[in-house]
Design a protein around this ligand. Structure first.
Ligand code: KE4
Length: 427
C-alpha cells in the first residue's frame, strides 16, 4: 500500500491543527508511522485518501456499532438536515431519544443530553457531590472518563494521599479529592471506605474497562462496589460511554445485573454524531437546573441531527438477534486471534466481553492497569503496521479496544484472522 496523500495531508494538517489531529490517539504516536486520512466509509469498511480500503475494527472508537453510513441513519439525517440544524430550543426528537434511553437502561429514569462523554462524566460527578454533600470521588487506575480536570488524576503515593494530576495544567487542588485505586481490587475499596467513607460522594468506573485495553470486572467486583457504596451513602456511577448499548440494550449494567445510581453514556447513543448523556433516578436528576440548583448547560446539547442519528441507531439495535450477532462475531474474532498467535508462537493474551476485545502482547492474565502495562507495546506497534498493510484497521494503541459491528461478516472476521497469522509471523 502507498500512503503518499495521507502523509502529505498530515504535514498540511500540522500547519493549522495542534499535532495535526483533533484527538491525540489519532496521530499514531504509540504505534509509529503516519496516520491515514479517511475519505469515506460504508458498513465495516473505511477508505483512505490514497484509495486504500480497510476492514475497520476501530469503528470511530465505538459509536459505529451498526456500521458506517447505515442507510437508516443516513436517511434520518437527510430527512432532518433541510429543516434546520440547531434551534437552541426543545424538539420532540430529544424526547424520543430520551424515552428510548429510559426504556433500555435499567438505572435511568431521567436523562440529560450533552455533547460528549467528557461532559457526561464531568457533570455526573458534580451532581453526585451536590446530592451527597461530600467532596471525594473514587476512580480506578487505567479507567478513562474523558478529560475534565478532576478526572485527570493518578494515584497518590499512598492510597489516601492526594491525587496527582495526570496532565500539566491540572492543579493539585483540583485532584485533591480524587482517590485513584487499582481496578478489580475490592480490598482497596474497602480500605478507602474504612478511612474516608463518610467523605466519598461517588465511585466511578468503566464497568468493563476499555481504556487500558479491555479488562472485564472480576467476579463479584461490581456487586461488591454496589454493596459498599450503598452501605456508605455514596453513589455508584457507571461510565458506560463504551459499553452502553454495545454489550446489551441496557449495557454492562444489564449484562452483569448490577444497577448503578448514575450512568454516563456517549458514542453509540449519538450514532456517530456528538452526543453524551447521563441519567439516573428522578430524585437525583431533578436536582439539575432548571428544577434544581446543580448547574449544567450546552448550546448544542440535544442537537436535532445528533438526536436523529441516535434514534436511528438504537432502532437498528432493537432488532431481534442484534446482540447475539455482535457476540458471535466477537467470539469468532477472538478465536481467530488466539489461533493465529498460537500458530506463530507469539504470546497474545485476549480479553473479550461481547463485541469488544483486546489482544495484549504478553502471556497475561490482564486484570488491571499494572498487569496491562506489562504488554510489549513495541511488538504491538509492528503488528498494527503489518495489519494495516493487509487492509485491517486496528486501534493505534495497545491500550484500546477492538470493536466489531453488525456490518461485519464472518468473511471479514476470517480475513482478519488470516491477516493476523501473517502479521504475527513477521513481528
Ligand atoms: P468523549 O469526551 O471522547 O466523547 O468521551 C470520553 C470518554 C469517557 N468515558 C469512556 C469510557 C471513554 O472511552 C471515553 C472516550 N474514549 C476514547 C478512547 N477509548 C475516545 C477516543 C479519543 O479520545 O479520541
Amino acid at each position: 500500500m502507498q500512503h503518499e496523500r495521507s502523509e502529505a495531508a498530515f504535514e498540511a494538517a500540522q500547519t493549522y491543527i495542534a499535532g495535526g489531529v483533533n484527538s491525540p490517539v489519532r496521530a499514531f504516536k504509540s504505534v509509529g508511522g503516519s496516520p491515514v486520512f479517511i475519505n469515506e466509509a460504508s458498513g465495516a469498511r473505511i477508505t483512505d485518501i490514497d484509495g486504500n480500503q480497510y476492514i475497520d475494527f476501530v469503528g470511530s472508537w465505538g459509536p459505529m456499532v451498526v456500521g458506517h453510513a447505515h442507510p437508516d441513519v443516513v436517511n434520518m439525517l437527510q430527512s432532518l438536515v433541510g429543516r434546520g440544524t440547531s434551534f437552541g430550543a426543545p424538539t420532540e426528537l430529544e424526547t424520543d431519544l430520551a424515552r428510548r434511553v429510559v426504556e433500555m437502561v435499567p438505572s435511568i429514569d431521567r436523562v440529560r443530553f450533552v455533547n460528549s462523554g467528557t461532559e457526561a462524566t464531568m457533570t455526573a460527578i458534580r451532581l453526585a457531590r451536590a446530592a451527597t454533600g461530600r467532596p471525594k470521588i473514587v476512580k480506578f487506575g487505567g479507567c478513562y472518563h474523558g478529560h475534565s480536570d478532576s478526572l485527570l488524576a493518578n494515584a497518590g503515593s499512598g492510597m489516601m494521599t492526594l491525587g496527582i494530576p495526570s496532565s500539566p495544567g491540572v492543579t493539585e487542588g483540583t485532584v485533591a479529592d480524587t482517590i485513584t485505586i487499582p481496578f478489580n481490587s475490592l480490598p482497596d475499596v474497602k480500605e478507602v471506605f474504612h478511612e474516608v467513607g463518610d467523605q466519598v460522594a461517588a465511585v466511578i468506573l468503566e464497568p468493563v474497562a476499555g481504556n487500558m485495553g479491555v479488562i472485564p470486572p472480576a467476579i463479584g467486583f461490581l456487586q461488591g462496589l454496589r454493596d459498599m457504596t450503598r452501605e456508605n451513602g455514596s453513589l455508584l456511577i457507571f461510565d458506560e460511554v463504551i459499553s452502553g448499548f454495545r454489550l446489551a440494550p441496557g449495557g454492562a449494567q444489564e449484562y452483569y445485573g448490577v444497577t448503578p445510581d448514575l450512568t454516563c453514556l456517549g458514542k453509540v447513543v449519538g450514532g456517530g454524531l456528538p452526543v453524551g448523556a447521563f441519567g439516573g433516578r428522578a430524585d437525583l436528576m431533578e436536582q439539575l437546573a432548571p428544577t434544581g440548583p446543580v448547574y449544567q448547560a450546552g448550546t448544542l446539547a440535544g442537537n436535532p441531527l445528533a438526536m436523529g442519528a441516535g434514534i436511528a441507531t438504537l432502532e437498528i439495535l432493537s432488532q431481534p438477534e442484534a446482540y447475539r450477532k455482535l457476540d458471535s462475531l466477537g467470539e469468532m474474532l477472538e478465536r481467530g486471534l488466539r489461533d493465529a498467535a498460537s500458530r506463530a508462537g507469539v504470546p497474545v493474551h485476549v480479553n473479550r466481553v461481547g463485541s469488544m476485545m483486546t489482544g495484549f502482547f504478553q502471556t497475561g492474565p490482564v486484570t488491571n492497569f499494572e498487569s496491562a502495562a506489562k504488554s510489549d507495546t513495541g511488538r504491538y506497534g509492528a503488528y498494527h503496521r503489518a495489519m494495516l498493510e493487509q487492509g485491517i484497521y486496528l486501534a493505534p494503541s495497545q491500550f484500546e479496544a477492538t470493536f466489531v459491528s453488525l456490518a461485519h461478516t464472518e468473511a471479514d472476521i476470517a480475513a482478519a484472522g488470516e491477516a493476523a497469522a501473517k502479521a504475527l509471523a513477521s513481528v
